[in-house]
Write a protein of this length. Structure first.
Lengths: 578, 325
């Protein structure tokens, strides 16, 4: 090895460095300009806006970033995608977050000032708004988007960003408008084979649920030669919220307000995990673990291992949302007529609690699509989104192409049996080739149960269609409980009062940097301590749990809660304004 | 490189005749070597654009950086973000993890490949030797995502090879949850890193060993040295320079150990042992939109790395007379 001596060159390096600094200083002058300024008034010539959007336009490509993973995205080479391009001239070049909700990607966008034309940013939209990256759509909607106006209708007030900043940055596309839920995908899950063998017992409380698992597990310690797992959870990163901490409030009668419990009278926000009821729920999980009913690997495994276990059919019970394990369940759907699929049951800690999964929220604005300041042609973009919101666009996105994916018989839209079979049994490939479902979050949409002028539902989720999609085993279970879909087992939305702030998870996080740091620290503590408490010896449980509460106090959680309380109050004021 | 090698004798000459005007000599020299300088320009530019230009971003650490504003519109806050960083308890925890894992990695990841290379070079069978070498460096090309999957599966309580083995040998009577134990996390990371990089890291030593003059071995055999003595007195001294240079460089990298391993093998239970500086910067800097705070961490990282590099270089220069600067 040669020994390099370069002391003298250091001086030269310094000079070069100074030069470099001078060069960059010159370059950085051309930064972005100001906040949400009005788009350039170009393409005014393109004014032919009839509701159908038939006006043939020049081809244009918009880039798009979506914060939810979309593994079946096919670069618009699917049938629906081709139809959209044909109608609107627009091709979408999309990129999707792979994991973690795109938080890091959006933060990078904000820092670099390089945005795609359109963004679906979910809860991270505040970063883009702060950076002045997204356009105020108020005027664009007024001038170019009759369909958007019609679809949002009475909820227009909810589109405004905040009390201080009443601009419309986001077209809410995550939630459906006037949705009636016909099916439930949450609650506590049990395999149909368990319920069948036990003779469809009443499963309302944690005790019922536990007994069912215990009895069946004792009789069937193995499944296809491998050990049966009575109950498993997915605590991989943020999934811990879905399968561990959210069920804690659901089982104790609260609706989903994110990490918070919002006092219904005072709107005071406090972390829900601090409630004594939830301590008892976590204690129950601790008991399940110590009795050997909860999978030992529950807090170590990654999501793919979790799904692999489910796909093997040997997991009897889950506490998850269907979207969290659906692809694994699809793999065993056809086995023994669906005996290994999961029933959804509204289990609560005891009979005094009522599962509030379906407590009404009204239309949830907030998460949706935004047009950025780097968009080439905001007018074309809004017209494109407007077209997606038109009756034609919505039917295309939900049903596909007439004659191909559905037929109209006696004025009714019907999905042919072979298409339905493909859709149920090989959903991933079906989605990839047809594109049905891929454009869901790209435009606003009516919810299930809303009918178009022809008297048909906009979506393919209506009771008949849902029941069609069930496996024979699911139908058998439902029949035994006297229900036609899972939601019949859950308390009805009408049994709850609508919360005037919608749901707290969808209020944009305050941009106060202190708030975000405290929140993140609290989240870290909960994500670490709750598993630790569950895996502790029963006699140590309280010690670990108390330690968690003490640590939460130490990071000054009170301050974050106060800031959030204010955000909730502001939201109530904004949404109830007329 | 060409420029340096050519300049070295010139410099020595310059030292000899110190009274001569340094600057005019320099210009003369430069003129005579203009082709070499010309050849060096692209590389200097390269280093510039990718290593020095980004330094401009360091200014962010002293501002309350808000995206979308121009440089002049940012608020300057001095050392606020550094104060935040050094008063955060979590930072010290994260530093502990980072340093612990990198020291363990340095010790194991340094000694074992040398040993492996020395032993491998002693092997006689040519084909066996080559096969072993190839097999041993293949894991280097496997992505950490896959390696993490393999490790998790091996350590699983359900049919994981390690637990099965321990159970089979009656060493334990309950499967051990390896990945749920925070205090074991560092060792697991170090061991998997060793498995992955052992063969690859040994390559350079093998190359150095093959450069040793075979006559030295013959001479020592004549003098009656057995194989152990040959290893100790010829092979190891023969690759000493390589060892010191690589040691200095890896010490410079001590603090920037990346985060893939920790990110992929960690879980919520072992967070207190698995969070390293880079993950901390991601979670508490970038993901919270605290760009300035993240930059402050980056500056800290670089400064510590430079200090470590100089310290290591200085110490080794004293002890072994080898250095890279």
């Amino acid at each position: 090895m040669k020994v390099l001596q370069m002391k003298k060159t250091r001086t030269a390096a310094m000079l070069l460095l100074a030069g470099a600094l001078a060069v960059t200083a010159g370059c950085s002058g051309s930064g972005n300009n100001g906040n949400g300024n009005a788009p350039a008034a170009n393409s005014a010539a393109n004014a032919g806006t009839d509701a159908g959007g038939e006006a043939k336009a020049d081809p244009i490509t918009f880039s798009f970033f979506g914060a939810d993973a979309s593994p079946n995205w096919n670069n618009m080479q699917d049938e629906v995608g081709k139809a959209i391009t044909e109608k609107t001239g627009v091709t979408i070049k999309a990129e999707y977050a792979v994991s973690g909700g795109g938080t890091d990607k959006i933060a990078l966008m904000a820092a670099s000032g390089q945005y795609p034309d359109m963004v679906f940013a979910k809860g991270d939209i505040n970063k883009l708004v702060d950076a002045g990256a997204v356009l105020d759509l108020t005027d664009l909607i007024e001038e170019h988007a009759p369909n958007l106006k019609k679809v949002y209708g009475k909820y227009m007030q909810r589109l405004k960003y905040s009390k201080e900043d009443p601009a419309i940055y986001v077209l809410p596309t995550n939630d459906s408008i006037d949705q009636t839920y016909f099916d439930a995908g949450g609650g506590f899950e049990l395999q149909q084979r368990v319920l069948k063998e036990l003779g469809y017992p009443q499963i309302k409380t944690l005790e019922d649920y536990e007994n069912a698992l215990k009895t069946y597990y004792a009789k069937h310690p193995t499944t296809d030669g491998q050990p049966t797992i009575p109950l498993t959870l997915d605590a991989d990163n943020w999934r811990i919220m879905i399968t561990v901490t959210n069920p804690a409030f659901l089982a104790t009668g609260l609706p989903d307000d994110g990490e918070y419990y919002i006092n219904p009278e005072t709107y005071e926000a406090s972390f829900h995990i601090k409630r004594p009821e939830e301590r008892e729920y976590i204690r129950w999980l601790n008991k399940m673990f110590n009795e050997g009913l909860l999978d030992k690997e529950a807090f170590v495994q990654k999501s793919d291992q979790y799904k692999a276990k489910i796909a093997s059919g040997r997991v009897l019970g889950l506490i998850d949302q269907e979207w969290g394990y659906a692809d694994a369940e699809n793999a065993i759907k056809t086995k023994e007529d669906g005996a290994y699929t999961y029933a959804h049951l509204p289990v609560t800690m005891s009979s005094e609690f009522k599962d509030a999964s379906f407590a009404p929220t009204g239309f949830m604005a907030g998460y949706g699509i935004a047009i950025t300041e780097s968009c080439k042609d905001p007018v074309r973009a809004i017209k494109f989104l407007d077209w997606l919101a038109s009756d034609e666009g919505q039917v295309l996105r939900n049903w596909g192409i007439e004659g191909k994916h559905y037929e109209v018989q006696d004025g009714k839209r019907v999905i042919p049996a072979d298409i339905q079979k493909q859709k149920t049994e090989d959903n991933a490939n079906f989605t990839k080739s047809t594109g049905i479902g891929l454009y869901y979050a790209m435009g606003p949409h009516y919810g299930d149960g809303v009918k178009d002028p022809s008297g048909n539902y906009y979506t393919t989720n209506f009771p008949e269609q849902i029941i069609e999609g069930y496996t024979p085993a699911e139908k058998e279970t439902l029949q035994a409980y006297g229900a036609s879909t899972w939601i019949d087992l859950f308390p009805k939305p009408s049994e709850f009062k609508e919360r005037p702030y919608g749901a707290a998870w969808n209020i944009p996080a305050p941009t106060d940097p202190d708030y975000n740091v405290i929140f993140k620290k609290a989240e870290d503590i909960i994500w670490k301590k709750v598993p630790e408490a569950i895996l502790a010896k029963p006699e140590d449980f309280d010690k670990v749990f108390d330690d968690m509460l003490a640590q939460l106090d130490k990071v000054n959680l009170k301050k974050a809660e106060e800031i959030y309380t204010q955000a909730v109050k502001d939201r109530v004021e904004q949404w109830s304004a007329k | 490189m060409e420029a340096y090698t050519d300049k070295t004798p010139g410099k020595q000459a310059a030292a000899g005749a110190a009274e001569q005007s340094g600057l005019s000599r320099f210009w003369r020299k430069m003129k005579s070597q203009k082709v070499l300088y010309f050849m060096a320009i692209p590389f200097v530019l390269w280093v510039f654009v990718f290593s020095y230009l980004p330094l401009w971003g360091w200014t962010m650490a002293f501002q309350d950086f808000k995206p979308g504003r121009t440089f002049m519109e940012q608020d300057w806050v001095g050392f606020k973000h550094f104060v935040d960083l050094f008063t955060d308890e979590r930072f010290y925890l994260v530093m502990r993890n980072t340093l612990a894992m990198s020291f363990m990695g340095l010790i194991v990841g340094f000694t074992v490949p040398i040993l492996f290379a020395v032993l491998l070079s002693e092997l006689r069978g040519k084909y066996f030797k080559r096969t072993v070498q190839t097999v041993s460096y293949l894991p280097h090309f496997v992505s950490w995502v896959v390696v993490a999957g393999i490790v998790t599966k091996m350590l699983s309580t359900e049919g994981g090879a390690v637990n099965d083995l321990l159970l089979g040998l009656n060493l334990i009577d309950q499967p051990i949850q390896f990945l749920a134990k925070g205090e074991w996390f560092w060792s697991i990371v170090t061991a998997s890193d060793l498995w992955k990089e052992l063969g690859w890291n040994a390559i350079i030593y093998l190359a150095a060993i093959s450069g040793i003059d075979p006559e030295l071995y013959e001479a020592s055999r004549v003098d009656g040295a057995n194989r152990l003595k040959q290893m100790w007195h010829i092979t190891l001294p023969g690759i000493r320079t390589t060892i010191s240079v690589l040691l200095i460089m890896s010490i410079g990298h001590l603090i920037s150990i990346g985060f893939e391993k920790q990110f992929l093998l960690g879980n919520n239970l072992v967070m207190d042992y698995s969070e390293v500086l880079d993950l901390y910067a991601l979670n508490y800097g970038l993901n919270l939109g605290r760009f300035s705070f993240g930059t402050a961490i980056g500056i800290f990282n670089s400064v510590v790395s430079i200090l470590l590099l100089f310290a290591a270089n200085g110490v080794l220069k004293k002890v072994t007379k080898e250095s890279i600067m």
